[in-house]
Design a protein around this ligand. Structure first.
Ligand code: WQD
Length: 326
């Protein structure tokens, strides 16, 4: 298929684009390079630099003819979304509506959408399945849930078939070491740990050690980005083959705590990685772990690279290579 990967210069988008191309699909990239990296662009892709907020430009790109869109261009810092919701309204809602409308106008009827576990909010039960109540605790999660609802209407009214993929915590870099573009100004735990290990930050803050978890720190379901990319491919093949939309969780179904990740990073990098214990971050639940049973059943997918050591070692290699630490 000919696939347009929107956000394909980003951390997750670059892994998705590379896997699709390696599997023989034609891949073009749309990205504004606000957080993505040119290091993640490869000569076998077409690349269109621009904003998804520029509808005429976006439509012009889509009119080049694609079988499907994969959309991963969004702002994703939950905390920031509570401080500047207007940025998230524009990028995540208006921008995605532009993508959906331009796809329909250009005759593209298949889209894979990067959604989030943030749609669920405070867990009522664990592991979280797709039927869990969706009450997002932050505006970022709200934007993802709103787009899922709009996609369901476009399926009904325009025949647009979609896969909404609810990511849990994405981490790691490709085991082959081909992709190593670093996220700019990361807020997520593992890249923050890596920036401390690389000497880019003096220390990291541990947001709370009084949670009802084994070591008192937050537990999350970390999924390797290569496992996530494989799920995108399986989801696109499912929607194209079955002509049906689907919404699935993507997680490793295992939980890791903040301190477990810090200790593993100290062991693997050999760096001290100073950590300051501070208060809880507002809106953080104690534990979030996915049930990925639906993805296993419908897509025949499961996580293969999402173990603790692979998550940390592949990320550390990307940082060492990009920052030329060796
Ligand atoms: C993980 C754990 C923090 C940073 C985010 C967003 C969204 C979503 C998943 C895709 C928590 C703790 C963190 C730090 C810390 N992705 N932490 N010090 O909040 O689970 O979810 O990723 O949709 O991006 O919702 O991820 O990495 O911010 O936090 O102690 O400097 O690490 O309290 O327990 P989160 P996170």
């Amino acid at each position: 298929m000919k696939v347009l990967v929107v956000g394909g210069a980003g951390y997750i988008g670059s892994h998705v684009a590379r896997l699709f191309a390696d599997k023989g699909h034609g891949v073009d990239i749309v990205d504004n390079l606000s957080t993505g990296s040119r290091d993640n662009l490869f000569p076998d892709y077409g690349f269109f630099e621009g904003s998804i907020l520029d509808y005429p430009w976006l439509l012009g790109v889509m009119r080049r003819g694609y079988d499907a869109i994969v959309h991963l261009a969004a702002s994703k810092a939950a905390g920031e979304s509570m401080l500047v919701p207007e940025k998230y309204s524009l990028q995540n809602i208006s921008g995605t509506i532009n993508i959906i409308n331009a796809a329909c106008e250009a005759g593209i009827r298949t889209i894979v959408f990067s959604s989030s576990a943030a749609v669920y909010g405070e867990p009522k039960y664990l592991p979280i399945d797709e039927l869990h109540p969706q009450n997002p605790e932050n505006y970022y999660g709200f934007t993802k849930l709103e787009i899922e609802r709009i996609l369901a209407w476009y399926d009904r009214l325009k025949g647009l078939k979609f896969a909404a993929l609810r990511y849990f915590n994405v981490a790691g870099y490709d085991p082959a070491g081909v992709i190593h573009g670093l996220e700019k100004n990361p807020a997520n735990l593992i890249p923050v740990i890596m920036e401390v290990a690389a000497g880019m930050r003096p220390a990291l803050d541990v947001f709370g050690t009084d949670y009802p978890t084994p070591d008192g720190t937050g537990v999350r379901d970390y999924i390797h980005v290569s496992d996530l990319a494989a799920a995108h491919l399986a989801a696109l093949e499912y929607v194209a083959r079955e002509g049906k939309s689907l919404t699935v969780n993507l997680g490793s179904e295992s939980g890791l705590s903040v301190l477990e990740l810090i200790e593993a990073a100290r062991r693997i990098t050999g760096k001290a990685i100073p950590a300051n214990i501070v208060g809880r971050r507002p809106g953080d639940p104690a534990k979030l772990v996915a049930s990925s049973a639906t993805a296993k059943r419908l897509l025949g997918w499961e996580a293969r690279h999402s173990d603790l050591d692979t998550l940390i070692s592949t990320t550390w290699r990307a940082y060492r290579r990009s920052l030329k630490l060796d």
